[in-house]
Structure formats: C-alpha cells, structure tokens
Design a protein around this ligand. Structure first.
Ligand SMILES: Cc1cc2nc3c(=O)[nH]c(=O)nc-3n(C[C@H](O)[C@H](O)[C@H](O)COP(=O)(O)OP(=O)(O)OC[C@H]3O[C@@H](n4cnc5c(N)ncnc54)[C@H](O)[C@@H]3O)c2cc1C
Length: 373
C-alpha cells in the first residue's frame, strides 16, 4: 500500500505529528506493540511544568501552552490540564539552592517563596525539621495523558489516517523515490517517513543506513505508596527537593515517588530495579513521617536524550525523505503540540515555524545535523 507519509511509533510524538500530517495527505501510523502508548508515553509523571528543562525546552513548552489550555475541537471532552502546583523544599543548609528556582519566575508562571509552616500544610506528610525554606510554583499542572494521546489518535483516524498496531518495522529501504517500510508480514511505501520510535529511534535510523544521532535511553523509576487512612493529599502539590533528584507527586490516597534516576539502558521494555526501589523507600521514610507497608505499583520508563538534551526535529541530511522526531527526554508530553506543529511545517511546507523562531529557537538548534558536526 502506498501512503504520502508513514510515521513509525504511535507514542505521543508519533500520534501528534501523524494527526498534524493527516490533513495534508494519506498517512499510516505504525506501532510495534498491540496498543499505542505502551512505552514511555504510558509511563510518565504526567506533569506540565513550565520551568522544567533547559532554555530551549522551556521555549518549546511555552508554545504548547495555548494548545493545552484550549485544545482543538473533538480532541477531548474534559480539560487536558488540572491545577497541581509544585513545592520546592530545601533542608537546612540547602536554602540557597531555591534562589535558582525563584530566578525562573515570570508573570505568566510565577514562583513565590512560602514559609516552612505553609509548606508543611501543603505537604502534611513531611518531617518539619526537613523544611528550612520553600518555594511554590502554582502554575504546574497535571496532564490527562491518556485523553491527550487518545484524542490525537481519534482526530487522526477521523481525518482518514490509518493506525496499524502490531506492525514492528524491521526493514527500511529506499528506491525510486520512495521508502519501503516492512514488518514480518507486510511492506508499505511512502516518499516520506517520520521516525518517532522513542528509545528505538537510532535503531530505525540504522535500518535506513543512517548515522546515529547518539540517542541514550535513560531509565526513570516510579513507585506508588499508600497514604495513611484519612490523609487525602490528592490536591496537594508535587514536591521537588533541593540537592536531590527525588520527587513526590500526590494522587488520590497515594503518593507517586521517584528517585529521578537516569540510568543509561539499551532500548527495551524497561522494568524497575529492586535495589533502586529499596533505596528510594529508605529515603522516603527518612524524609517523611510515612511508613511504607506495601508498594502498590512500580514501573520504569525510558527518557531519551541526545548530547545537548534538546529534541531532534528535522530531515536527515544524508538521504531523502527521512524525518527525525526524537530525543524528547523528560518533556515529550508537554512539548508534543509544538513539536508536531513544527514537524508538519518542515515536512509539508519545508519551512521552520515562525512562532518557534519568535520564541528564540532556530532550525539549527533542533536539526539532526548538529549532532554529527
Ligand atoms: C518516569 C517518567 C516521567 C516522565 N514525566 C514526564 C512529565 O511529567 N511530563 C512530560 O512532558 N514528559 C514526561 N516524561 C517524558 C515523556 O513520557 C516522553 O518524552 C514521551 O512519552 C516520549 O514519547 P515518544 O512518543 O517519543 O516515545 P514512546 O512513547 O516510547 O513511543 C515510541 C513508540 O515507538 C514504537 N516503536 C519502536 N520501534 C518500533 C518499530 N520498529 N516499529 C514500530 N513501532 C516502533 C514503540 O513501541 C513506542 O510505542 C516522563 C518519562 C518518564 C519515563
């Protein structure tokens, strides 16, 4: 079967760009697993954090803001964002570390100092002696990732897009101006392919005979622990800690806790490491008043980075019709609307989105060629 565009990988990156392309031609969206969202997209902390990441990531995120607040018709029936807030805590001797967080404050996304007593009200399970200073970032929100992802897939199908699950691409060749994209069962063709294969993006590039972009998948672990009966923290902020990567996100009756780990791994269906979990539980019991009787659920996902930690968005310079959409790191849900829009502009119109330029991001910042210089 012949398409105008074939997108490989139906996580949030592939689903969003496939939807953006669907109005411009016949699009196939290929997913190796039996359901989209099984890998990193289904394993995130689901947060919209405007001040997280480097300047480039923050600029791209700011361009996704309108989309999240006013999603297009039919994307989903309920709001994509719900207010959560983020509390930055510093223990004795680490107070100065919060100055860097305060320095990020803007009129649109303020960061304000709060007293240790106020912080304790917002995080009633913390040990009071561990809070020497605190800041609050009220603009941090939860993202309804499932609704967001499914919304893109629904709009994609509605525009005539074809989603093929259990289609594991295992061979790529180009001849007579088109790519032949094969699984064990079938070959599809298109002049343009989009590599949105998450942790497997470099493997897809190598299948096409291209040089790697140096993508490193890094494991991040999370566990769910119960709160004591009667303690409802579901409306309390997520907590970051000065000097450590660990963070805590309240959910209904439970806390999601992560060590903020970044262990390099081969692409795989990654699972948490028991030792990491034991160390995390020990830390949690020292920093909070909680006693962990059982771990409700634990998981891990791969956050994927290239050397400069910025996303990789652009055509490969060594061949025709091979577009990279990779390296979204720990920000790929938040950045998806802006990156999908940018990808569509580059693929369909051959131009860099003016809005992104105005936000201070240049084509060279994201182009795969920068990684091979
Ligand atoms: C613990 C954790 C917390 C996070 N928290 C946040 C957060 O709060 N906010 C945020 O914005 N981001 C967060 N992230 C990052 C975010 O989840 C990712 O950036 C994003 O999900 C990446 O999406 P993706 O579509 O690129 O990759 P994936 O979701 O991994 O999708 C890639 C898809 O490609 C498919 N594929 C691979 N090879 C093939 C092949 N050969 N043929 C066909 N299909 C193939 C895979 O099966 C997979 O479904 C977090 C990540 C983790 C792990």
């Amino acid at each position: 079967m012949t398409f105008d565009f074939i997108v490989i990988g139906a996580g949030i990156s592939g689903a969003s760009v496939a939807e953006a392309l669907a109005g411009h031609g016949k699009v196939a969206l290929l997913e190796a697993e039996t359901a989209p969202g099984y890998h990193t997209t289904g394993r995130s902390a689901a947060l919209h954090t405007p001040h997280y990441g480097g300047p480039l990531v923050r600029a791209i995120n700011s361009l996704s803001r309108d989309f999240f607040h006013n999603p297009p018709d039919e994307l989903c029936e309920t709001p994509l964002l719900s207010r959560r807030g983020a509390l930055g805590l510093a223990g004795p001797g680490h107070e100065a570390a919060l100055d860097d967080v305060l320095a990020l404050s803007t009129a649109a996304d303020p960061v304000v100092p709060v007293s240790p007593a106020e912080a304790l009200e917002l995080a009633p399970y913390m040990r009071p002696d561990r809070i020497a200073a605190a800041v609050l970032e009220p603009g941090v929100c939860d993202i309804d990732v499932a609704a967001f992802h499914q919304g893109y897939l629904k709009r994609f199908r509605k525009q005539g897009g074809e989603l093929r699950t259990a289609f594991r691409v295992d061979n790529l060749t180009r001849s007579e101006g088109v790519w032949h994209v094969s699984s064990a069962q079938e070959t599809l063709t298109a002049p343009v392919i989009v590599n949105a294969a998450g942790a497997w993006a470099d493997q897809i590039g190598q299948m096409a005979g291209l040089r790697p972009i140096g993508l490193v998948p890094k494991r991040r672990t999370a566990i769910m622990v119960d709160l004591p009966d009667g303690l409802d923290a579901s409306h309390n902020p997520v907590i970051d800690f000065a000097g450590v990567a660990n963070y805590i996100k309240p959910e209904k009756g439970r806390l999601m806790v992560s060590p903020g780990d970044e262990t390099p791994m081969e692409p795989q269906d990654v699972q948490p490491d028991e030792f990491d979990i034991a160390v995390l539980v020990d830390w949690l019991e020292r920093e909070t008043t909680l006693k962990v009787r059982r771990i409700g659920h634990s998981w891990a996902g791969l956050r994927c980075f290239v050397a400069d930690q910025a996303p990789v968005v652009g055509f490969d310079e060594d061949t025709d019709g091979f577009f990279w959409l990779a390296g979204q790191g720990g920000f790929g849900i938040m950045m998806a609307p802006a990156l999908a829009d940018l990808g569509k502009c580059l693929i369909v119109d051959g131009r860099f989105d003016e809005r992104i330029k105005a936000a201070g991001v240049s084509a060279g910042d994201l182009d795969p060629a920068r990684l091979r210089a």
